[in-house]
Design a binder for this molecule. Structure first.
Ligand code: G6P
Ligand code: MG
Length: 248
């Protein structure tokens, strides 16, 4: 039987089309610092906190800055990002995202948001998405961000479910690592070249079928180590145990 109790969704790039705004804002910062920042480089920043993203960006540009300079730049990036998200329209909710979360809820499965972003509140309010979730854990609620599993473990704790009964939806490599470290199943949203180690991959929530989600939690471990007594039930000689046909 399925043990699926909860689905935990990342926000940027899974529910809303904001991953592009993070990228555009960091690109402006890179230009100001006189180096090029590509979409491929940007994959390393997805799911990672603002300050850690800045550290990765600076390492790509081979630039060293003091802590106070970094704080100024992080604030500049955030101001650019906030300008973008303040102008967001409902059509920037990714295709099928709202419908899929509503479908999950109609099955009695709990839903949570698990995002590294400290701007989650602005986006949820602007697009009226908060009612879709039983729990919201964002960058303001955790000490350690993805790839650390804290955000997903906190979501499971808030929902009062076991991590093993949760499925995470993620578009970032760091988020997939976090989900697996939390002991959860993970559906990757994006391309298989970038998202390694997921249990299932789809291009978007519009392509996610409910039966595929339920199937993810259907597997069980057939940890059968037969004793002589048990083998007797099947009239099998223990010495031939390796020859027991599968499916007995
Ligand atoms: C998300 C995005 C990251 C971003 C992080 C922090 O996880 O995928 O690209 O760096 O949130 O976002 P914030 O809005 O707090 O700067
Ligand atoms: Mg994301």
């Amino acid at each position: 039987m399925s043990n699926l109790k909860a689905c935990i969704f990342d926000l940027d790039g899974v529910i809303v089309d904001t991953a592009k705004y993070h990228y555009l804002a960091w690109k402006v910062i890179a230009q100001k610092l006189n180096f090029d920042f590509t979409e491929i480089d940007n994959e390393r920043l997805k799911g990672v906190s603002r300050m850690e993203s800045l550290d990765i960006l600076l390492s790509i540009g081979n630039i060293n800055l003091s802590q106070s300079e970094k704080e100024i730049i992080a604030e500049q990036k955030n101001n650019l990002y906030i300008d973008y998200i303040n102008n967001m329209k409902p059509d920037e909710i990714l295709p099928g995202a709202k419908e899929f979360i509503e479908l999950v809820r109609s099955f009695g499965i709990l839903t949570a948001l698990g995002s590294a972003s400290k701007n989650t509140g602005i986006i949820l309010e602007k697009l009226n998405l908060a009612p879709l979730f039983d729990a919201i854990i964002d960058g303001n609620c955790v000490l350690n961000t993805k790839p650390n599993p804290e955000v997903f473990l906190k979501a499971a704790e808030r929902l009062k479910v076991s991590p093993t009964d949760c499925v995470v939806f993620e578009d970032a490599a760091a988020g997939v690592i976090a989900a697996k470290a939390a002991g959860m199943k993970c559906v990757g949203i994006g391309s298989p070249e970038i998202l390694k180690g997921v249990d299932l991959i789809v291009s978007g929530l519009d392509k996610m079928a409910m039966n595929e989600l339920l199937n993810l939690q259907m597997d069980f471990y057939f940890d059968f180590n037969p004793t002589e007594v048990e083998l007797g039930r099947f009239s099998i000689n223990p010495e031939n145990v390796e020859n027991i046909p599968l499916g007995i």
